[in-house]
Design a protein around this ligand. Structure first.
Ligand code: PDD
Length: 279
């Protein structure tokens, strides 16, 4: 059964309640993680929790739970749900207090964990690939923080959907392509992988990390370097990475065909290598 944990309370998602004074609700003042479970086992939970701690520290939210306690809460909630193939959402907001920009000093953060059934992913996503659009970067300068303030991403995703695309790629004024609204981007040039460095412009994606590792294992050259829109357009292959759909080929950007319009062989090789990590 799909389940919610909120500050010790456990029950259905429909019954879970949060105060209108939650700072997440009023200010988007919180951080989050999305973790995928395969056959009852969460993939890379340690990495997700490490990133949650970095996000919280970056926005000056003191996590009151010892790492082992936090892990336990999440593992127990997943276990209690009985769901094997799950998406786990973990959200920490700064706390609950009457609305005011400056937070009170001694606030107790609110912890929400939800466990849902993993949505079906159509196989055509991988066999056919997806389209993407580009748009000027209009988010903030702390994209390495997995903040729940996602309004820019929501607008970008909607713009993509209206253009018949699955993802929006952000482009800096100098033409550098950073990441997708909810994914990291890899391009293939001369048989090597290139992805934007893990700086303040992108989220250091967990799947991104494992793709770089898999590339090393397979003897595929991989570089964390900025690339621009013309590198993207003439790439041999392009793919996006993220927890939910793992690795998805991109075959069209702004209406221009990438790599012959079909998912590329290196993308498939990397995805196969990645899939072996959670089998
Ligand atoms: N999004 N970049 C952004 C902006 C993201 O929102 C995400 C993930 C990623 C990929 O990160 P990871 O490989 O750790 O999932 C990159 C999540 C899944 C979401 O918002 O639902």
């Amino acid at each position: 059964m799909e389940l919610a944990y909120f500050n010790g309370w456990v029950g259905s998602l429909e019954e879970a309640r949060v105060s209108v004074n939650d700072r997440g609700y009023n200010f988007g003042d919180g951080v989050y993680e999305v973790v995928r479970a395969y056959n009852g086992v969460m993939f890379a939970l340690e990495e997700h929790l490490a990133r949650l701690a970095l996000s919280a520290a970056a926005v000056e939210i003191d996590l009151p739970w010892a790492p082992a306690r936090l892990k336990n809460i999440i593992v127990e909630t997943l276990g209690e749900s009985g769901i094997k193939d799950a998406l786990i959402y973990i959200q920490v907001t700064r706390g609950t207090a009457p609305r005011g920009h400056v937070p009170e000093e001694e606030m107790r953060p609110n912890l929400l964990v939800t466990v849902r059934n993993m949505p079906d992913i159509p196989p055509s996503l991988y066999s056919e690939g997806v389209k993407a659009i580009t748009m000027p970067e209009f988010r903030w300068q702390m994209c390495s923080v997995k903040s729940i303030s996602l309004q820019a991403s929501v607008l970008a995703k909607r713009r993509a959907e209206r253009a018949g695309a699955a993802e929006a790629f952000f482009v800096l004024p100098d033409g550098t392509v950073t990441e997708g609204a909810s994914s990291n981007i890899f391009i293939v040039g001369d048989g090597a992988l290139i992805t934007h460095p893990a700086d303040n412009r992108v989220l250091a994606g967990v799947i991104r990390h494992f793709v770089l590792k898999v590339a090393g294992t397979l003897g595929v050259k991989a570089m964390e370097e900025p690339f621009n829109i013309s590198d993207l357009m003439k790439a041999e292959e392009v793919f996006i990475t993220g927890t939910v759909a793992e690795i998805v080929p991109v075959v069209n950007v702004d209406g221009k065909i990438i790599g012959g319009g079909r998912p590329g062989p290196l993308t498939a090789r990397i995805h196969k290598g990645f899939a072996s990590l959670h089998k």
